[in-house]
Design a protein around this ligand. Structure first.
Ligand code: F6P
Length: 354
C-alpha cells in the first residue's frame, strides 16, 4: 500500500506528532507499506513534488513544531479554475495522485484543506483527513489538534500582559488568532482572567466595552485586560459586507487598534494593544496535543489499513472516531452564543460587549 502524506494551510503544533503517530502505526501494522511525503501541502501535489519516507523520518519529531513536510495555502476557490491549457489544479492533483502511484492520501489541515480533500475524494481519490488548526473550527470534532497548545500560549501572553497592565494601571487589549471563530479567545480570555472578551460570534458595542472598563475603574481597579478575537467586530460592522468593513477599517485588518482609541477617549484610560500573532502557532506541541495527535495519527493508520476512505478523523465525546468528508466540508464550528463557557464568564462579571 502506497500512502501519500501532506500538510496544508497554516501550520500548527502537533502536525509532526500526527505524522509520527501515523508513520509508526503504518510501519508496525500495514504490510509492505510505502509512505510518500508530499512537499508543501496541495502545492506539492499540484507540482508532483514528493519523496519516499523511511521509518527514520518518523522518529524524533514528536515534540517538533511546524511540519517536516512544509505547507502552503492553496485557496479552494482556485482548485477548479482553468489555466491557459484548460487544466485545473484539481486535474493536476488527480494526475499526480495517479503518477505517484498512491492508494491513499492523508491530508492534515484545516477547514480549507478539508474542502479540497472532499473534492478529491468525490473525484475518486482515497482520502483520509486529519483536523488541524489552532482555530478549533472544524465541524464534527470536539477539538482539533493544535488548539490546546495555542491556548496555552495565548493564555501565557495574557498572564504576562496582566502584570504590566497592573503595574502601569493600563487597559491592555490582547488580540488573539482564530480567524472567524472565537474559541481561542474565549478560552484564553477565561483562562487569563480577561475582564472583557470580544468574539466574532458576538458583535459588540464599543460603548458597552468602555462602560465595563469605567465600572472597573469606579470599583478601584486601575487596570483592565481585553481579549479581542482577530475576527471580532462591532455591531455596526456586523451589518456591513466584508469589503465595506475592510474599507471602513482602512489600514487596519482588525478592530483592535480602533477599539483601543475609542476606549482611551470614552473611559479616559491609557490603552495598549498587544498582538502575539503567529507566536500562537509556533513551537512544540503541549502534552495534551502530543497525546491527541498520536491518537489521531494512529487512528488514521487504522483507517488506511481498513481501506476506510472519504473520511476525516474526529474526537467525539472523548472517543476518537471519524466523519464523512462530505458531511463536514464547508461547515464551520463557531462558538454557540448560548454556550456554558460564555454564560459562566458573564456570571462572574466578564463583559462580552453586548
Ligand atoms: O487558521 C490558523 C490561522 O492562524 C488563523 O488563526 C489566522 O487567521 C490565519 O491562520 C493566519 O494566516 P496566515 O498564517 O496565512 O497569516
Amino acid at each position: 500500500m502506497r500512502i501519500g502524506i501532506l500538510t496544508s494551510g497554516g501550520d500548527c503544533p502537533g502536525l509532526n506528532a500526527v505524522i509520527r503517530g501515523f508513520g509508526k502505526y503504518a510501519f508496525e501494522n500495514i504490510k509492505n507499506v510505502e509512505l510518500i511525503g508530499i512537499a508543501d501541502g496541495y502545492g506539492g501535489l499540484i507540482r508532483g513534488e514528493c519523496r519516499k519516507m523511511s521509518p527514520a523520518d518518523f522518529t524524533g519529531i514528536l515534540t517538533l513544531g511546524g511540519t517536516i513536510l512544509g505547507t502552503s495555502r492553496q485557496p479552494f476557490k482556485l482548485m477548479t479554475v482553468e489555466d491557459e491549457n484548460s487544466t485545473t489544479r484539481l486535474d493536476l492533483m488527480k494526475k499526480n495522485y495517479k503518477k505517484m502511484g498512491l492508494d491513499c492520501l492523508l491530508t492534515l489541515g484545516g477547514a480549507g484543506t478539508h474542502k479540497t480533500a472532499a473534492l478529491l475524494s468525490a473525484e475518486g481519490c482515497n482520502v483520509i483527513g486529519l483536523p488541524k488548526t489552532i482555530d478549533n473550527d472544524i465541524w464534527g470534532t470536539d477539538v482539533t489538534f493544535g488548539f490546546h497548545t495555542a491556548l496555552d500560549i495565548a493564555t501565557e501572553c495574557i498572564d504576562r500582559i496582566h502584570t504590566t497592565a497592573a503595574s502601569h494601571g493600563r487597559t491592555m487589549l490582547v488580540e488573539i488568532m482564530g480567524n472567524k471563530a472565537g474559541w481561542l479567545t474565549l478560552y484564553a480570555g477565561i483562562a487569563g482572567g480577561a475582564d472583557v472578551i470580544l468574539l466574532p460570534e458576538i458583535p459588540f458595542s464599543p460603548d458597552k466595552v468602555a462602560k465595563a472598563i469605567e465600572r472597573r475603574a469606579d470599583a478601584g481597579k486601575a487596570f483592565s485586560i481585553i481579549a479581542v478575537a482577530e475576527g471580532a467586530m462591532t455591531i455596526s460592522e456586523s451589518k456591513m459586507k466584508k469589503k465595506e468593513r475592510a474599507a471602513a477599517r482602512g489600514n487596519d485588518t482588525t478592530i483592535t487598534n480602533a477599539l483601543a482609541k475609542i476606549i482611551a477617549e470614552k473611559a479616559k484610560v491609557e490603552t495598549r494593544v498587544v498582538v502575539p500573532g503567529h507566536i500562537q502557532r509556533g513551537g512544540s506541541p503541549s502534552p495534551y496535543d502530543r497525546v491527541l495527535s498520536t491518537e489521531f495519527g494512529s487512528f488514521a493508520g487504522q483507517l488506511a489499513k481498513d481501506g476506510k476512505f472519504g473520511v476525516t478523523v474526529a474526537l467525539v465525546g472523548g472517543k476518537v472516531t471519524y466523519n464523512a468528508l462530505a458531511d463536514i466540508a464547508g461547515k464551520a464550528k463557531l462558538v454557540p452564543v448560548d454556550c456554558q463557557e460564555i454564560a459562566v464568564a458573564e456570571s462572574i462579571g466578564v463583559s462580552f460587549g453586548r
